[in-house]
Design a protein around this ligand. Structure first.
Ligand code: GLU
Length: 312
């Protein structure tokens, strides 16, 4: 994508400061208001830090990828003035790197022969894999997925927005899949390999991924990668309390009316944007937003106003 060159003219981004942030949408549908919050939060933090903001297209789960969605997401980002630096990294081009990472993890991995139905039956109410195949495939089972042992792994980290977060991986998550039964690499693995490859120094994303972070930190440690900083933004829900997503039929953003959605995203992120920004243009919006961005003002959870025209 060419727009990384334009941005240095438009917004005087130098790429200095050593900060690298990213936005990593999955092309399973068009961009909606929930993903816009993650895009805006990560973008503003990177621009405020005078760092780079990268876009990674997480087209890893091939059966869920919707043809044309990646292009639609990228052109919506451009119409919203969210210009990224460097080339977009497509996860579908990275399978050899994920395979190499699995080889390096080998001593921590084991093949699992359990079917989805068997796991559901054996995992109890909390749905945690009980480690059936950890000490070898039981007779009659053939290998399906590859799992990573979480034995005695407890991870604590400090999230910039959500505060201290601790997870006993063995008890709360269980041995997790790094290569799926259909042969595809798991999100947890790909995201860690790519954040390291792209030199990401801080991950700013939705708090629906907070409980994935300890798995990712464990993988970073086992692979010898640095652990970036983390800032998990509050997640917006619909009236039924469900996260806005393609699955809950969040409406796509209107590419021709970026300002109202951007203004509302900034408002949700606790930045108190003045109403006059709605009457100006995109450049004026971003100028104000970058100058006033303070991640310390972002709320941990969103208190949702009664009427919410943009998202419904
Ligand atoms: N691709 C993930 C999503 O769209 C985000 C992954 C991440 O930010 O780590 O939910």
């Amino acid at each position: 994508m060419k727009n990384s060159r334009n941005i240095s003219k438009v917004r005087n981004v130098t790429g200095g400061g050593g900060y690298v942030g990213r936005f990593a949408p999955s092309p399973t549908g068009p961009l909606h208001f929930g993903s816009l919050i993650a895009a805006v939060g990560s973008y503003l933090q990177a621009r405020k830090m005078e760092g780079r903001w990268l876009v990674r297209m997480e087209d890893l789960d091939l059966p869920r990828v919707v043809p044309g969605a990646a292009e639609a997401i990228l052109s919506t980002l451009e119409s919203f003035g969210l210009f990224w630096d460097d080339e977009v990294l497509f996860q579908s081009s990275r399978f050899p790197a994920y395979g190499a990472a699995l080889e390096r993890l080998e001593e921590h991995l084991y093949p699992c022969g359990c079917s989805r139905a068997e796991i559901l039956r054996s995992s109890g109410a909390r749905g945690i894999y009980p480690g059936t195949c950890r000490h070898g495939l039981p007779p009659g089972k053939s290998p399906r997925a590859l799992r990573l042992s979480t034995r005695r792994q407890e991870i604590t980290f400090r999230d910039r927005i959500q505060g201290r977060y601790r997870q006993d991986l063995e008890r709360e998550v269980g041995d997790f899949v790094v290569r799926r039964a259909d042969g595809l690499f798991a999100y947890q693995l790909a995201v860690v390999v790519d954040d390291a490859e792209q030199g990401v120094t801080e991950v700013v994303r939705g708090s629906d991924l907070l409980d994935s972070t300890p798995r990712q930190i464990l993988l970073q440690r086992l692979l010898g990668y640095p652990t970036p900083g983390y800032a998990h933004l509050p997640v917006i829900t619909n009236r039924q309390g469900q996260k806005l997503s393609k699955q809950t039929h969040a409406p796509p953003l209107d590419r021709h009316r970026p300002l109202p959605a951007l203004w509302q995203a900034l408002d949700f992120l606790g930045q108190c944007p003045p109403r006059e920004l709605l009457d100006g243009d995109l450049d004026a919006f971003w100028e104000w937003a970058i100058a006033h961005w303070d991640i310390g003002e972002v709320p941990r959870i969103l208190s949702r106003p009664e009427s919410c025209a943009i998202i419904e």
